[in-house]
Design a binder for this molecule. Sequence first.
Ligand code: CMP
Length: 160
Amino acid sequence: MIKSLNEVVNLLVSFATQKKHTMNNTTFTMIKPDATEKGHTGAILQKINEAGFRIVAMKMTHLSTAKASEFYEVHKERPFYGELVEFMSRGAITAAILEKENAVEEFRKLIGATNPAQADEGTIRKLFAASIGENAIHGSDSNENAKIEGDFFFSKLEQF
Ligand code: CMP
C-alpha cells in the first residue's frame, strides 16, 4: 500500500530511470574535424541511419582546446595526446548519442578499426578516414564510457 506523496514520487522516479539503468543500448559518437572538413558528415550519418541506429541526441559543435583536453583526459599520458587535442579542436564536429541493441559493439563494427589501414571493407573508417590520428569518427569503447561521453555533451533535456 502506498502511504505518502513522497513514496509515489520515489516510485515514479525509479520507474522513469529504470529503463536507462538496465539498458546497454546506447553509444556515443563524434564525426571528427577531418570528416567535417571533407564534407563527409551527410554520408556518414546515412551509413549510421542505414545500420539501424536511432538518434537519441545530436549537435554540431566546435570543441575548445580546454574541452578537447578534458574529453581525452584518459589519454593524457599517451605520446599522441597533444596532437589529438589539437586535431579535435581544429574544426567542427558532430556529436551524437545513438541507440540500438548492443550499441557499443555494433557501432564499433560499423566504424571499423582505429587505424583505417586495418579497418574492414565497407566500414566508415575504411571509407572516410586517412590515418590513425585523423580517423573520421569516434565510437565509445564501453557502456560506462558511452554514458560518461554522452553526458559530457548533452544535458538530460537534450536526450530523447
Ligand atoms: P578514438 O578511439 O576515437 O579516441 C582516441 C583517439 O586517439 C583515437 O580515436 C585516435 O584518433 C587517436 N589515436 C590512437 N592511437 C593513436 C596514435 N598512435 N597516433 C595518433 N593518434 C592516435
